[in-house]
Design a protein around this ligand. Structure first.
Ligand code: NAD
Length: 468
């Protein structure tokens, strides 16, 4: 007996029977998800405090309300999103109906990471359910307490014939990936992203890969250092730095570094007090393995701010490193913790060269009072997302697609982009059975005259002429 096979079989039968297709069914699942969040906020808060020492405010902003907003958006727009999208026709198809139909893929697998274990598990689920799919959810085994709530409580709020949770780590996920899915949505590291994509390739399953990397943060000399420091520190140390879109390192001139350091120290003290360890607002490192990894990174360059740690509490102080070499581990791997290296560059050109020599990041930040400088960084680089003069605010807008490019991932979601990601866009043309005489110009025997007419008829023009 293979429990995974049985579960997938059950979900496939539900999908084949068309149960998930009607808008009413989809809306009922989304409403169930919303109720789960409302009814069990306290439970989720306790779980996230255990897993990550997440503060109530960070929980509300980055885990609960963001999912609730997307649920509400999907509920408000579901019927409009599901509607066929009429498209422009050429002369040959003027009397026909041409449209894109958004169809659910079928059986979808969502694999999630541990750093925002509610947000990054449920946000893709909103899109998958809205688009009418059956879903297997694989939460992260590392954020154990949240995984338990998602496994034990969430299923009570969703239709069991179209939804299942599978638990486990790399071994179990590997087994799951041997099965065939119609779509795989993975959020996690580039290393595991490659494993997922290789497994998907065996079944020709399409994937979205939401990966990580190092997000550069360029700070121009023409800036108010305190404003920059407040914003960079807030987004770097949010969730103890365990954020895929956090500014990973600062690029600035030695002159700006001198002005930034006291400003960063001031921001850290204002945010977390003289002893950040006792602040209720600073998170903890998820587990021993990541703590040890980060402890190793503290040895790179020179500690200018912070640097303290306590293994028993998995605490690492908000830290700034200077005199960091490009070849050191802290500049080679994604930091994913409360450590901010500053790398010196002599000019904007040098900063842009530095960024372009590396993999395309998930997010890129540029701070300057000059719009021209921000525009230049934007125009001369590439990244999944970009924000001028702030941290990851761009990803709070459901009107913007969220995703990576190159090594930071492929595909995107949030808002309507989620619905579209989980829908197959089917190209449809409904022709009339009549008018065969006009159609006959296509058939052999071919002639130059008919070819001319055919080419004219197949051209798509912006005017909606109705000659045929
Ligand atoms: P991870 O890649 O280790 O794990 C992600 C998921 O994959 C987990 O559910 C895990 O059980 C599963 N997994 C782990 N090893 C596996 C294997 N060998 N085979 C199959 N499945 C396996 O990532 P993580 O440590 O949970 O999260 C941190 C990473 O995720 C960082 O790189 C971060 O940047 C990235 N991330 C990206 C986004 C984004 O939206 N782009 C968001 C959050 C985190």
């Amino acid at each position: 007996m293979d429990p995974i096979r049985d579960t997938l079989q059950r979900l496939r039968e539900t999908f084949r029977a068309g149960r998930t297709q009607p808008a009413e069914f989809r809306a009922a699942q989304l409403e169930g998800l919303g109720r789960f969040l409302r009814d069990h906020k306290q439970l989720l808060q306790e779980a996230l405090a255990q897993d990550l020492h997440k503060s109530a405010v960070e929980l509300e902003v980055s885990e609960i309300s963001i999912v609730q907003t997307e649920i509400n958006l999907a509920l408000r727009n579901l019927r409009a999103w599901m509607r066929d999208e009429q498209v422009r026709r050429n002369l040959a198809t003027q009397l026909d109906s041409a449209f894109i139909r958004k169809e659910p893929f079928g059986l979808v697998l969502i694999v999630a990471p541990w750093n925002y274990p509610v947000n990054l598990t449920l946000l893709p689920l909103v899109g998958a359910l809205a688009a009418g799919n059956c879903v297997v959810l694989k939460p992260s085994e590392i954020s154990k307490s949240t995984e338990k709530v998602l496994a034990e409580v969430l299923p009570r709020y969703l239709d069991q014939s179209c939804f299942a949770t599978v638990l486990g780590g790399p071994g179990e996920t590997g087994q799951l990936l041997e099965h065939r899915f119609d779509y795989i949505f993975f959020t996690g590291s580039p290393r595991v992203g490659k494993i997922v994509m290789a497994a998907a390739a065996k079944h020709l399953t399409p994937v979205t890969l939401e990966l990580g990397g190092k997000n550069p943060c360029y700070v121009d000399d023409n800036c108010d250092p305190q404003t920059v420091a407040n914003r960079v520190a807030f987004f770097r140390y949010f969730n103890a730095g365990q954020t895929c879109v956090a500014p990973d390192y600062v690029l600035c001139s030695p002159k700006m570094q001198e002005r930034l350091l006291p400003a960063l120290q001031s921001a850290i003290t204002r945010f977390y007090g003289e002893d950040p360890r006792s602040s209720p607002d600073l998170g903890r490192i998820i587990n021993e393995k990541h703590f040890q990894r980060l402890q190793g990174l503290l040895g790179c360059g020179r500690v200018a701010i912070g640097g303290q740690s306590d293994e028993s509490d998995r605490y690492i102080a908000p830290t700034v490193l200077v005199d960091v070499q490009e070849t050191e581990p802290v500049m080679q791997e994604e930091i994913f913790g409360p450590i901010l290296p500053i790398v010196n560059v002599r000019s904007l050109d040098e900063a842009i060269d530095f960024i372009k020599r590396r993999e395309k990041p998930l997010a890129l930040y540029a701070f300057s009072n000059s719009n021209q400088v921000v525009e230049q960084v934007l125009a001369r680089t590439s990244s999944g997302g970009f924000c001028g003069n702030d941290g990851f605010m761009h990803m709070t807008l459901p009107s913007l697609p969220f995703g990576g490019v190159g090594a930071s991932g492929m595909g995107s979601y949030h808002g309507k982009f989620s619905f579209d990601t989980f829908s197959h866009h089917r190209a449809c043309l409904l022709r009339r059975p009549g008018l065969e005489k006009i159609c006959s110009i296509r058939y052999p025997p071919y002639s130059p005259r008919n070819l001319r007419l055919l080419l004219l008829a197949m051209e798509t023009r912006s005017c909606s002429c109705t000659l045929l």
